[in-house]
Every structure is written in structure tokens, then in C-alpha cells.
Design a protein around this ligand. Structure first.
Ligand SMILES: [Zn+2]
Length: 129
């Protein structure tokens, strides 16, 4: 059976979702860092900053363990609006994440290491910014 397990497409609460691939982390270290993310399912929402599927719900001011963006509900439709929770715009945060792996340079030491991202689901939404 090549490839990862697949679960059937279903419509999520925020609209159509792409086909979901269930992946499991192989590293026990990563599991220790991200216990809620050992299995990625269609119940996860994409972080607007790093594009990983990290949030169980949106707009609850949870902090993304991958990039340390605080989810105040901001999304790509308002990419240049300064987020009051994060004190920068989503565009700046996405640029920061691309540059040094965190939404804000001050959070570089707080985010999960790149090794913990292996196997986590991510779909880039970058379109010229
Ligand atoms: Zn994130």
C-alpha cells in the first residue's frame, strides 16, 4: 500500500476542505513537543501564518506551536491588516516565518524545531506574498 492513508473528502465547518492525508510523527521527541498533533486529521485548521494544520478551532487566540502566531481570526483576505494580538500584519508574519521559522523574530526560540514539523500536514497558500 504505497503512500499515506487517506480519509474521504468531507466538508468542514469553514467550507470545502482539500483531501486530507493522515500522517503520523515518527519521532518521539516531536511527539513530546506536539502531543496534540501526533495524528493530523481533517479536524485541524490551517494556520494563516505558517500554513500548517495546527488549530483545532479558529479565532480562539490559540498560539500556533509551529510559528507562534496567535490566532485572532486574521486570514489572507486581510493580509496587510495589523493583527492586534500579534502586533504585526499577517504578511509580515508570513515573511518572518519564511525567513527564520517564526511569526516574529522574538519567538524564534519558542517555536517547535524544524525537525518536529516532519510529517505534519502543510499546504502552501503563498501567492506573491
Ligand atoms: Zn503557524
Amino acid at each position: 500500500m504505497p503512500g499515506a492513508e487517506r480519509v474521504p473528502h468531507r466538508r468542514g465547518p469553514s467550507g470545502p476542505m482539500p483531501q486530507v492525508r493522515v500522517v503520523r510523527l515518527g519521532s518521539s521527541a516531536a511527539t513530546a513537543i506536539l502531543p496534540a498533533m501526533t495524528t493530523v486529521t481533517e479536524g485541524r485548521f490551517q494556520c494563516p501564518c505558517c500554513d500548517y494544520y495546527t488549530f483545532a478551532q479558529r479565532s480562539r487566540h490559540d498560539t500556533c506551536p509551529i510559528c507562534w502566531w496567535e490566532d485572532d481570526g486574521s486570514d489572507l483576505g486581510e493580509i496587510d491588516k495589523v493583527s492586534s494580538a500579534n502586533h504585526i500584519s499577517l504578511r509580515e508574519a508570513r515573511t518572518n516565518f519564511a525567513s527564520y521559522g517564526a511569526a516574529d523574530q522574538a519567538a524564534v526560540s519558542l517555536v517547535a524545531p524544524a525537525s518536529a514539523r516532519v510529517g505534519l500536514r502543510r499546504e502552501s497558500r503563498a501567492r506573491g506574498g
